[in-house]
Design a protein around this ligand. Structure first.
Ligand code: ADP
Ligand code: MG
Length: 668
């Protein structure tokens, strides 16, 4: 006699609720049912192992049987099965009520949890109009039970004709979800969720090509690997195994750089294999390549909030039953276990890198350029990681040599300590464009780092604070003498008038779109006549604002350059001599200075106007002088050229003028 009953739920009718809330993730029903079947098999195995069950265990497996015509899908296991009482307890009472409570509790944030928790057995109703369970318990004398429910909160329970141990769940797929009654879709889902489940999952037969079509063989089509690499002992595995596993996970990706095998039992369980991918630039950053498993069952491939942000750049697999997945994502971050797990993974990544640094230095150096962005990003975003990484982070110089930070400090200490005892790290961001400056520094006995990665503007700031008592200066941020000032220098003595003249003369031959600060320096007679540099501070802040980070103010300002005029260079001496000659006796009248103490407002205004007029007149004359001086144009253009700043008309004028200058010098 069939037994009827009402399912004990608090929510009036749970099925519409299940359907509605889980709409976007209908597909997880299959994972849930297969997971239950796998559990049942493993419990059976445990019963046999403990001696509680003494009968024939058989080959434990899970079979998925699809009937496309009848639109039924069966999940069949030969696990421990359920007695009538157990069906009542686990299916009618507990599962239903816990699902009800769950929805009740989280209904406000239900949007967050969609897809991140399993409703277990009842998720079958997301895609079915009717579900039946046929089950026979392993227990002696147990009778087979049939349970069925058509989606209303009423079920029927009675006898089943099942004769072998285990459970067979049959879904009668409803019309809106007909896709789940197709072979292709089921195959895809099994591949996604069940690829590494610990018990063989069988879907139909393997096929072979025969007489112009595919036909079934009599070999079972097992869709999973029951012992994926991360569950095996690292000591038993070779590098090649790790590479093969990576290729199986990501068939289209470049080879990874290194791997890490994670394995911890206490205070939480976690296994997994992570890979450092090759990263060439920021455009290539791909997140969420880590797959999260729970006891070999795929859960998700979005691991944000579970691992620190920079680690989401890694690839691979994490398997942990201790990550609470049936809660909202925002809750995860504050979960104590998740914090521990996240801390553990960060530590492991640092450990592994340190080990590579110590034992495989050559490999690390050869792969550094592809690893660097990841490490710098980690150091910038995670303080703990940064403190560890200071040990294994490498610096590369413009000659392509790699140093640890400590070794580098030792290497440059002698030459690159300035008069205030600060260590000065020189760097180039583009070894080709900044070549003249790099060369000048090298000639002086300095070493120049290459910091050409997109994060380097921020990274340099970080290093300054972490290393302490040091300063980073881009090699073109000042004249080579001023980059690392060794002693107080004697500056040229110029009158205010001379300074102002110098300023006007040079501004008038420089491209007008930038800001310039013209200063006179004694750089020695063999040094270049003019040096164009960009202050480290301004440039760095402009670079950082370009990367984003709330410094837009700097990004909007016009570029500013320091124009250093070498007053000891013979060409400059000659040009300035010519200027002095041209302006001899032309002292600028200053009616403002000559005003009597009791001058009226009107008199003051008039004097100021006269003064302005005189200044303008002089500036106009200075400009005329400058534009008439070919050599002045020539040396300024050479300085622009050294900085890659000479373009367009300026460049073609320069070429024409150079040809003329060369011809004159040679043919005369
Ligand atoms: P959970 O798996 O989280 O316990 P489910 O709703 O998936 O929740 O399942 C409820 C319970 O029903 C299980 O704990 C188990 O006792 C029982 N059950 C479900 N499927 C099977 C099965 N295939 N074989 C034996 N017992 C099962
Ligand atoms: Mg379950």
């Amino acid at each position: 006699m069939a037994n009827k009953g009402t399912i004990g739920v608090t929510t009036e009718n749970i099925f519409p609720v299940i359907k509605k809330f889980l709409y976007s993730d209908h597909e997880i029903f299959l994972r849930e049912l297969v997971a239950n079947a796998v559990d049942a098999d493993q419990k059976m195995k445990a019963l046999a192992a403990s001696g509680e069950f003494k009968g024939e265990l058989g080959e434990l497996d899970v079979r998925i049987v699809l009937d496309e015509d009848k639109k039924t899908l069966k999940v069949i296991d030969n696990g421990l099965g359920m007695t009538e009482e157990e069906v009542d307890k686990y299916i009618n009472q507990i599962a239903f009520s816990s699902a009800g409570e769950f929805l009740e509790k989280y209904k406000d944030q239900i949007g967050n949890i969609i897809g991140h928790f399993g409703l277990g057995f009842y998720s079958a109703f997301m895609v079915s109009k009717k579900v039946t369970i046929d089950t026979l318990s392993w227990k002696e004398g147990a009778k087979a039970v049939k349970w069925s429910c058509d989606g209303s909160p009423e079920y029927e329970m009675g006898e089943s004709s099942k004769t072998d141990r285990g459970t067979e769940i049959t879904l009668y797929i409803d019309d809106e979800d007909a896709e789940f009654a197709t072979k292709g879709r089921i195959q895809t889902l099994l591949d996604k969720y069940c690829k590494f489940m610990p018990v063989p999952v069988i879907f139909g037969k393997e096929q072979e090509w025969k007489d112009g079509k595919y036909v079934d063989t009599d070999k079972d089509n097992v869709i999973n690997k029951t012992e994926p690499l991360w569950t095996r002992k690292p000591a038993d595995l070779k590098e090649e195994d790790y590479m093969n596993f990576y290729r199986a996970l990501y068939p289209m990706q470049d080879e990874p750089l290194f791997h890490i095998h994670l394995n911890v039992d206490y205070p939480f369980h976690l296994t997994g294999i992570l890979y450092f991918p090759k990263i060439k630039d920021r455009m290539e950053l791909t997140r969420n390549k880590i797959q999260l498993y729970c006891n070999q069952m795929f859960v998700t491939d979005s691991v944000e909030n579970i691992v620190p942000d920079f680690l989401t750049l890694l690839h691979g697999v994490i398997d942990s039953p201790d990550i609470p997945l049936n809660v909202s994502r925002s809750y995860l971050q504050s979960d104590a276990n998740v914090k521990k797990i996240s801390g553990y993974i960060t530590r492991k990544v640092a450990d592994r890198l340190e080990e590579i640094f110590k034992n495989e230095r050559e490999a690390l150096e050869s792969k550094w350029d592809n690893l660097k962005l990841f490490i710098e990003y980690g150091m910038l975003s995670d303080e703990k990681f940064c403190d560890r990484a200071m040990k294994f982070c490498l610096l590369k110089n413009t000659e392509g040599k790699y140093f640890s930070i400590d070794d580098y400090k030792k290497a440059i200490e002698g030459e690159q300590t300035d008069k205030d005892k600060k260590l000065v790290f020189l760097y180039a961001t583009d070894a080709v464009a900044q070549y003249p400056f790099v060369e000048a520094a090298r000639k002086k006995g300095y070493d120049v780092l290459l910091l050409d990665c997109e994060l380097d503007a921020h990274f340099v700031n970080l290093l300054e604070t972490k290393i302490g008592d040091c300063r980073f200066a881009r090699v073109d941020s000042d004249s080579v003498d001023n980059l690392i000032p060794k002693e107080e220098k004697i500056r040229p003595e110029l009158s205010e008038q001379e300074k102002s003249d110098l300023d006007t003369v040079f501004r008038s031959v420089l491209p007008s779109e930038n800001n310039y600060y013209v200063t006179a320096e004694n750089l020695g007679e063999n040094a270049s006549p003019i040096l164009i540099t960009q202050s480290e501070f301004m440039r760095r802040y402009r670079d950082m604002s370009a990367l984003g980070g709330g410094l837009n103010f700097y990004g909007e300002m016009p570029a500013s350059y320091n124009i250093t005029v070498n007053m000891q260079n013979p060409l400059i001496l000659k040009i300035m001599g010519a200027k002095a000659e041209a302006f001899a006796g032309k002292e600028l009248a200053d009616p403002v200075a000559e005003l009597p103490k009791d001058a009226t407002e009107d008199q003051k205004k008039e004097a100021q106007a006269k003064r302005d007029e005189a200044v303008n007149a002089r500036n106009a004359e200075l400009k005329e002088f400058a534009s008439g001086n070919e050599i002045l144009k020539q040396v300024t253009d050479l300085a622009l050229l050294a900085n890659g700043m000479l373009k367009g008309k300026g460049l073609s004028d320069f070429i024409a003028r150079s040809e003329q200058v060369v011809a004159e010098a040679y043919l005369k």
